[in-house]
Ligand binder design. Structure first.
Ligand code: MRU
Length: 352
């Protein structure tokens, strides 16, 4: 039985990109139309769209938008247009630093620009079609991840997740929450515990919202509570998403993931990563090489525009942490569940 999720996070429509505005969830569920490349850069940077696979697709759409804008400029020839567009695509890659899906999807568009033998209108069409293809593939890949992952979900399990690796972090269905959706389709007695995920509350605001929308039971807990519930025997497994996975399996994901992984190891609870192969960066040997985004201090000092701490104190706000591969029971991908030794299983997955 296939699980039908109602959410489509981002979609190319005619000549613009339509996306769910994630900054206003759960108060509002509204769509915004992004019509220029610069608007897309800001939508990614300001997290109107967020989640590694979703920002990959957003980046690909953003390059189509730049391609359309370039058609109105007076370039001497197609080569000059292509060089300008590649510079814009390189700029799009810098909108956020950690999730490698953004660089991966922009690079797919750059390949098209480089290899195309078409004129300007032809290049725009090729980029548009590729954006739509990546969009459709993302949902298919997530369903495969979901189905592989569902095989390791025990009957009646309580699954803990951190941040939002759901339909709203992808084009649809989700990675970690894709596993939840596929497992729920087979066994509707499973349930989710969602960490709130300070400072931006993706767990509280987005994960609970999308699971409630799809009728999947979810309990919200604060970030510090996970060990308490693990110790009480109330968590059977952990599944989270990823922003970048190194060749040895070290995994960057939302800040706080590492703490959950350590707690899971201590309590002998399997800790899984669910992610497409496009999140794996085989060009880096270990997690030490993953760039970690430092975000604004206001995310920590303020909640809903109100200051929650003293003035004149130091603030540090890394957006991600790296979970060492030793803590990861398996990486659930569209090619199956990769197990240690990750250097080998990851390399093998790319050959399949
Ligand atoms: O800062 P965000 O909200 O973009 O961070 C999102 C996460 O860390 C997700 O867990 C990750 O991107 C995986 S999404 C399938």
């Amino acid at each position: 039985m296939e699980f039908k999720s109602k959410i489509k996070t981002i979609e190319w429509v005619d000549n613009y990109s339509k996306m769910v505005d994630q900054t206003v969830i759960p108060y509002e569920y509204k769509f915004v139309n992004i019509t220029t490349g610069d608007e897309m850069f800001h939508a990614i940077r300001d997290m109107i769209v967020r989640g590694a696979p979703a920002i990959g697709i957003a980046g690909a759409h953003g390059i189509v938008l730049y391609a359309q804008e370039g058609a109105n400029k007076n370039f001497a020839d197609v080569e000059e247009y292509k060089n300008w567009l590649i510079q814009k695509a390189e700029y799009m890659k810098t909108s956020r630093p950690t999730a490698v899906n953004l660089m991966w999807a922009c690079e797919k568009q750059i390949e098209i620009i480089r290899n195309s033998s078409s004129g300007i209108n032809g290049i725009i069409e090729e980029l548009k079609q590729n954006g739509i293809k990546l969009e459709n593939e993302d949902i298919e890949i997530n369903k495969k991840i979901g189905d592989y992952g569902a095989e390791v979900v025990p009957k009646g399990a309580t699954i803990l997740t951190h941040c939002n690796a759901g339909a709203l972090a992808t084009v649809g269905y989700g990675t970690a929450l894709g596993v939840v959706r596929s497992a729920f389709a087979k066994d509707n007695t499973i349930q989710v515990f969602a960490d709130e995920t300070r400072p931006r509350q993706q767990g509280a605001r987005i994960t609970t919202f999308e699971l409630a929308m799809d009728g999947i039971p979810v309990t919200l807990i604060t970030d510090g509570m996970c060990s308490y519930f693990m110790n009480k025997g109330m968590i059977d497994m952990v599944v989270v998403g990823a922003d970048r996975i190194a060749a040895n399996g070290d995994t960057a994901n939302k800040i706080g993931t590492y703490t959950v992984a350590i707690a899971a190891k201590y309590h002998n609870i399997p800790f899984y990563i669910a992610a497409p192969l496009s999140t794996i960066d085989t060009s880096i040997k270990s997690g030490k090489e993953i760039p970690i985004e430092e975000r604004s201090r206001e995310e920590v000092t303020h909640i809903n525009g109100k200051r929650i701490c003293a003035e004149g104190i130091n603030i540090i706000n890394p957006g991600f942490d790296v979970t060492p591969h030793e803590l990861i029971a398996g990486i659930i991908t569209e090619k199956g569940i990769l197990r240690p030794d990750y250097n080998k299983s990851i390399a093998d997955a790319f050959k399949l």
